[in-house]
Design a binder for this molecule. Structure first.
Ligand SMILES: Cc1cc2nc3c(=O)[nH]c(=O)nc-3n(C[C@H](O)[C@H](O)[C@H](O)COP(=O)(O)OP(=O)(O)OC[C@H]3O[C@@H](n4cnc5c(N)ncnc54)[C@H](O)[C@@H]3O)c2cc1C
Length: 231
């Protein structure tokens, strides 16, 4: 773990809820991390807050994070008030939510809301950088269709990498939504689970427990399931 001074370089508002914040490293100039890990941003003297790397580890002169603006607290106020060029202090990298590369198992990723962030970094790293041939499936649950983003990027990845599949799941979907509706738990319940796969879950607290239970009842062993919590 190392301390970095970074500059706030840009932001991209996907919709009212989700925004991508882009940072450039100032001191030191490069960072070494693995997809699935997270940073801590120094918000004030007594508060450091965690955010997953959203960008691929291949980009080492800076990084991106994905922020859920619906969560209202001191960190969100701090991030909302950042001005381009502002200097921040962060420490990184943290966490063990990384892909086990010792085997070539199928990978099942399950996310809700901002929990997609570590998976997006992992997917870019596995498919684009490592040219992995492992079968990878992402299940991603959101409440409403107007919160849904990354669609074109994920669709393009699906097209370019036949080993990648993506299942968006919308809770409050309108009748014309033809894909999975309900929660990611509901979606997973109707799909066959490959008990030999490796399972990674970054979902809200309520769903994480239910999903783990679902996998365990489908003969998945506890050691095949990794869970990261974002609150
Ligand atoms: C390992 C880790 C990685 C994280 N990565 C991200 C990330 O990539 N992007 C991101 O936006 N946030 C992420 N978080 C959450 C983030 O660290 C903050 O908790 C969040 O930004 C709110 O901080 P705050 O100080 O503004 O409010 P707080 O005072 O910390 O939280 C306000 C209230 O909202 C609750 N809360 C916090 N987060 C959520 C949530 N996502 N959904 C529902 N309720 C919530 C808290 O429990 C609290 O009751 C991560 C947390 C952890 C532990």
């Amino acid at each position: 773990m190392q301390t970095f001074i970074v500059n706030f370089e840009d932001k991209f508002e996907y919709n009212d809820r989700f925004v991508k914040l882009i940072f450039e490293l100032k001191r030191p100039h490069t960072i070494d991390f693995q997809a699935g890990q997270y940073i801590k941003i120094k918000i004030n003297q007594s508060l450091e807050q965690e955010y997953f790397f959203f960008s691929s580890p291949t980009i080492d002169h800076g990084f991106e994070i994905l922020v859920d603006r619906y969560i209202k607290g001191p960190s969100m106020t701090y991030l909302e008030n950042l001005k381009l060029g502002d200097e921040l202090e962060i420490t990184a990298p943290y966490g063990e939510f990384m892909i086990d590369e010792d085997n070539q198992n199928e990978l099942i990723f399950v996310a809700t809301d901002v929990g997609v962030a570590p998976f997006y970094s992992m997917i870019l790293d596995l498919l684009q950088t490592k040219q992995s041939k492992r079968k990878i499936t992402l299940y991603w649950g959101l409440d409403n269709l107007d919160e849904f983003f990354l669609y074109q990027d994920l669709e393009l990845l699906e097209k370019n990498f036949p080993n990648f599949d993506f299942h968006p799941v919308i809770s409050n979907a309108l009748p014309q939504w033809t894909l999975c509706r309900g929660t990611v738990y509901d979606c997973l319940s109707i799909h066959e689970v490959n008990a030999d796969a490796s399972f990674y879950v970054c979902a809200n607290q309520e769903i994480s427990g239910k999903i783990k239970h679902l996998f365990l009842t489908n003969d998945v062993k506890e050691e095949q399931i990794k869970i990261a919590k974002y609150y």
